[in-house]
Design a protein around this ligand. Structure first.
Ligand code: ATP
Length: 363
């Protein structure tokens, strides 16, 4: 197993900048997830590591070995794609054995590796079946198995769960995570699904338009997003963003919107002097709004309930406060009806503020 280092990696397809100045050190045995919206450069990054795409600029190392010019087949990397691309006319056993036969391993060695991978993935009873006799989840396991038998230094996964239904995706998420522990291998995993990224990654790399926005542990990104894009991308339902004005009065700082005025906690008020009387974007997660029974100056928001969405473990309230729309995720036992005026308590410890121009976080 090995560490992977990406140093100033860029990829341009003529005038299209797919990836720009990508820098990252992935530790040995780390599970790193690249996440971002469609077209942000995730797959291109993975393909450059795999050697399937030439890099325009920069260096890629596996361990201490510079691999820029090493052909894909000699990189000791295995990749699982979104479409599993199993050979339909071969049995699961033959699918697993194929790459080892190409490498001319002995029959005994191949048999041992195939059976070891099948045990690890809990599919030994499927070895004689053809891919069309398998469920989506089983096919996915075989695709992973094909990489395991090769015992590569690094595993690359490109949206491997996106063909599965929602329930199976959740199950496979857990299985891949367990597998990572058992293999204790370096994994680089691409997804556009932030929940998948949050639940699986030791660290997450959020990308947008070819640029890395932020690298961090899941909860660091959730609680301390570096800009409005990361704040909006991580977390569900997405963070509420409202254009407000920063006001100084009574020796305190406040954010003032059309329908509310909230007090900024003292420890968050430092470094905001330059923004007084200016517009800033205020951010609060739906989970940081709960129903209040009485108004508290600077802490509660008067809101009009438009839509109620019971999810089960929480209720989403689509509310209006003045001209602004907000979503609150409240306790499922909360008593509330549509078209009701309510008070929402804001958890001020968890508010976010962003520069309205460059969208960088201010707290
Ligand atoms: P998705 O989630 O949709 O797969 P992605 O984040 O993986 O998206 P990439 O596939 O890496 O994005 O593409 C990044 C950018 O590079 C996109 O603008 C894409 O159109 C462009 N691109 C990718 N491959 C090529 C190519 N062979 N020729 C030209 N442009 C390309």
């Amino acid at each position: 197993m090995a560490k992977v280092t990406l140093e100033n990696i860029s990829k341009h397809f003529n005038e299209v900048v797919a990836v720009q100045d990508f820098n990252l050190e992935i530790e040995d045995k780390e599970f790193v997830v690249l996440v971002g919206p469609s077209g942000c450069g995730k797959t291109t990054t993975l393909r450059m590591i795999a050697g399937l795409e030439e890099i325009t600029q920069g260096n890629i190392y596996i361990g201490d070995r510079l691999i820029n010019r090493v052909p894909a087949k000699d990189r000791d990397i295995a990749m699982v794609f979104q479409n599993y691309a199993l050979y339909p006319h071969m049995t699961v056993y033959q699918n697993l054995a194929f790459s080892l036969e190409m490498r001319k391993l002995s029959k005994k060695e191949i048999d041992e590796r195939v059976k070891e991978a099948a045990d690890l993935l809990e599919i030994p009873e499927l070895l004689h079946r053809k891919p069309k006799q398998l469920s989506g989840g089983q096919r996915q396991r075989v695709a992973v198995g094909r990489t395991i038998v090769r015992k590569p230094q690094v595993f690359l996964f490109d949206e491997p769960l996106s063909n599965l239904d929602a329930k199976l995706r959740v199950q496979m998420r857990g299985e891949l995570k367990k597998l990572h522990e058992r293999l204790s291998s370096t994994i680089i995993y691409v997804t556009h699904d932030q929940v998948e990224a949050m639940t699986m990654g030791d660290r997450i790399v959020v990308m947008k338009d070819g640029f890395v926005q932020q690298v961090g542990k899941p909860l660091d990104l959730y609680f301390h997003p570096i800009n409005k894009f990361v704040a909006g991308f991580i977390g569900s339902p997405t963070m509420n963003f409202i254009e407000t004005r920063l006001i100084a009065s009574d020796n305190k700082l406040w954010v003032e919107a059309d329908g509310f005025k909230l007090k900024i906690p003292e420890e968050k008020a430092r470094n905001l002097q330059n923004y007084i009387n200016k517009k800033i974007t205020f951010g609060i997660r739906p989970q940081d709004l709960s129903k209040a029974s009485a108004p508290i100056k600077g802490e509660t928001i008067e809101a009009f309930v438009e839509i109620i969405e019971p999810i089960g473990n929480e209720i989403y309230l689509d509310v209006k406060s003045g001209r602004d729309s907000l979503i609150a995720s409240v306790d499922p036992k909360t008593k509330v009806v549509p078209r009701q005026n309510i008070l929402l308590q804001a958890n001020l410890e968890n508010i976010h503020l962003f520069d309205i121009e460059n969208e960088n976080a201010l707290l």
